[in-house]
Ligand binder design. Structure first.
Ligand SMILES: [Zn+2]
Length: 270
């Protein structure tokens, strides 16, 4: 599943071909995604894509009249291809650009989304989101204030989009391990020192993934290949039963919020 780093790398990958281009047409082959693609998306036609930005895991194609909102869901990806490139199975949306290229959206599981935001007022899906993890707004004092008095377990807490966006399952596992915090600790038990370390680790693990993705991904204009996903070096995620990379104890696996959770019982005491 594309996580925040994949979405950010996708953004950086398509920007050079997309920003400043006029949308000459939109082809929708399959409108039934997570939500039906609204007819209002056609308003993108004739508009210049001024900027490609990101909020949480949503990519935003900003124009003077509104913004196309793209979510990659479970299996979505974007590529920039020549107009002559024939569509293949699961290529559901093409945004055709004035430079003779198109943005092609591929999504076998169809759990992604294409939405339209009129004007400047944020679309409902962007309404109740916490700060971006890689901005200064996400700092230890903020996290500590949010955690105060909460019984919610730490892993669910940092994966809550209202607390901070973009900390998916992989990054929650990795950052809690690196910060030495048990995933089942109540959020309210967090100290300022721990919040400081955790904020630092979340930023580090996400930034490292974006850097790694940017260097290992194939070009977003390649016709073949799975643009948008990349392998990462992980310390604990997917490694239950293996020795902890710090102390050598066997890593344990539990389920929190229906998601696999791997931790070191020595380095992350409850
Ligand atoms: Zn350990």
């Amino acid at each position: 599943m594309p996580e925040l780093p994949e979405v950010e790398v996708s953004r950086l990958g398509i920007i050079p071909y997309v920003e400043g281009q006029t949308v000459t047409d939109i082809t929708i082959r399959q409108p039934k995604l997570r939500w039906p693609i609204p007819d209002t998306l056609q308003q993108l036609k004739g508009q210049v894509i001024r900027r490609v930005t990101r909020r949480a895991k949503y990519l935003l194609l900003e124009t003077d009249v509104g913004t196309a909102i793209v979510h990659l869901g479970m299996s979505g990806s974007l590529r920039v291809l020549p107009l002559s490139q024939p569509p293949e199975k699961h290529d559901h949306v093409d945004v055709i650009l004035s430079n003779g290229r198109l943005i092609r959206y591929h999504d076998p599981r169809r759990f992604g989304a294409w939405l339209w935001q009129e004007g400047e007022t944020p679309h409902a899906v962007l309404g109740k989101l916490g700060p971006e993890p890689l901005t200064d707004a996400f700092d230890p004092e903020y996290l500590l204030a949010k955690a105060k008095g909460k019984k919610m377990v730490m892993k669910s807490f940092i994966m809550d989009n209202a607390v901070v966006v973009g900390v998916g399952n992989i990054y929650a596992n990795e950052s809690l391990f690196c910060a030495g915090i048990h995933p089942k600790r109540p959020a309210g038990s967090l100290s300022l020192a721990e919040a400081t370390r955790l904020v630092d680790e979340i930023k580090t693990v996400l930034a490292a993934a974006i850097t790694q993705g940017g260097t290992t991904l194939k070009d977003f204009t390649q016709v073949d290949g799975k643009a948008g996903y990349f392998a990462q070096e992980l310390r604990v995620y997917g490694k239950s039963g293996q020795p902890c990379p710090v102390c050598g104890s066997a890593l344990e696996r539990i389920i929190i919020g229906q998601r696999a959770t791997v931790f070191c019982p020595q380095c992350q005491p409850l």
